[in-house]
Design a protein around this ligand. Structure first.
Ligand code: DGL
Length: 275
């Protein structure tokens, strides 16, 4: 019998953690929702901060980096499930990661389907990284769920940097959020946007600032509720046992990690280290 924690689909090792993966702090917006549903779950949060930002990388770079890292991490940390809490990595590398890993993988999908059900004006904004908004994956979601709507896309790397800075307690220029709102508003049909898809896990962390910039009458939607529901469903009837403090692991240590201490602790991650 294999020693893999998921070799017996019904009962993995109760201490086997959920592994949440992102390029930086964005996956914490997903972890919040996972904690609400599964407060008893042991968690390891991994941030590939040495590779941040993924949004500026090529498809080939992201696919190679994410599959390689997750392959090694899964071997070493033996999670019962891996959540790629990053739209960029999911829309590009989910299929190749699923090919190489045996554990269940939950990816992050831009919330175009629920946005399509929410909009009254038929104009939906989508904010993601530059890499995410050009993916065929997004084209397919648009064709399937928003073919009769106007889906306006904008790649906003500045918002990734803003979320990273905000969580470190650093000041962020409000012009960053105004520029993101304006880039959508200035596109054809942009003036009637009433729903904005936050298609990058960093962006819910600056949702209040974005709401301010868009003004009243705009609702925001992201994929984190759906992910938490999916993880809950895939782990139904499994036992959980916490045998050690939950960990946050980074691919590069130093001051940029030290500055996150309080935020990580607020998310229940008290054992901080480098992969
Ligand atoms: N959090 C990542 C996402 O959801 C992107 C951040 C980055 O550019 O690395 O797409």
């Amino acid at each position: 019998m294999s020693s893999h924690p998921f070799s017996d689909q019904a009962q993995p090792d109760p201490a086997a953690p959920l592994l949440l993966f992102d390029s930086g702090v964005g996956g914490l917006s997903v972890l919040r929702k996972v904690r609400e549903r599964l407060p008893q779950a042991p968690v390891i949060y991994v941030a590939d901060n040495a590779g941040l930002p993924y949004g500026a990388k090529s498809e080939a770079q992201i696919a190679a980096r994410v599959s390689g890292l997750l392959g090694r991490l899964t071997e070493r940390l033996k999670p019962r499930l891996v959540c790629i809490a990053c739209n960029t990595a999911s829309t590009i590398a989910l299929a190749s990661v699923r090919e190489v890993l045996e554990v269940p993988i939950v990816g992050t999908v831009p919330a175009i389907k629920p946005a399509s059900a929410m909009t009254r004006t038929g104009a939906i904004g989508l904010l993601g990284t530059a890499a995410t908004i050009r993916q065929g994956y997004v084209d397919r979601l648009e064709a399937e769920f928003a073919a009769d709507k106007h889906l306006l896309r904008h790649g906003a790397p500045e918002l990734v940097a803003a979320a990273e800075a905000k969580l470190r307690g650093q000041p962020v220029d409000p012009a960053v959020f105004e520029r993101a709102a304006r880039s959508l508003r200035e596109q054809p049909h942009g003036e009637s946007i009433d729903t904005v898809v936050l298609a990058c896990t960093h962006f819910p962390l600056v949702q209040d600032e974005l709401a301010q910039a868009f003004g009243p009458g705009v609702s925001f939607i992201d994929g984190s509720d759906g992910i938490a529901r999916r993880i809950d469903a895939l782990t139904q009837h499994q036992d959980w046992r916490k045998t050690r403090p939950d960990r946050a692991l980074f691919t590069r240590g130093g001051i940029e990690v030290d500055q996150l201490g309080a935020v990580l602790e607020a998310h229940g991650l008290t054992d901080i280290g480098v992969v």
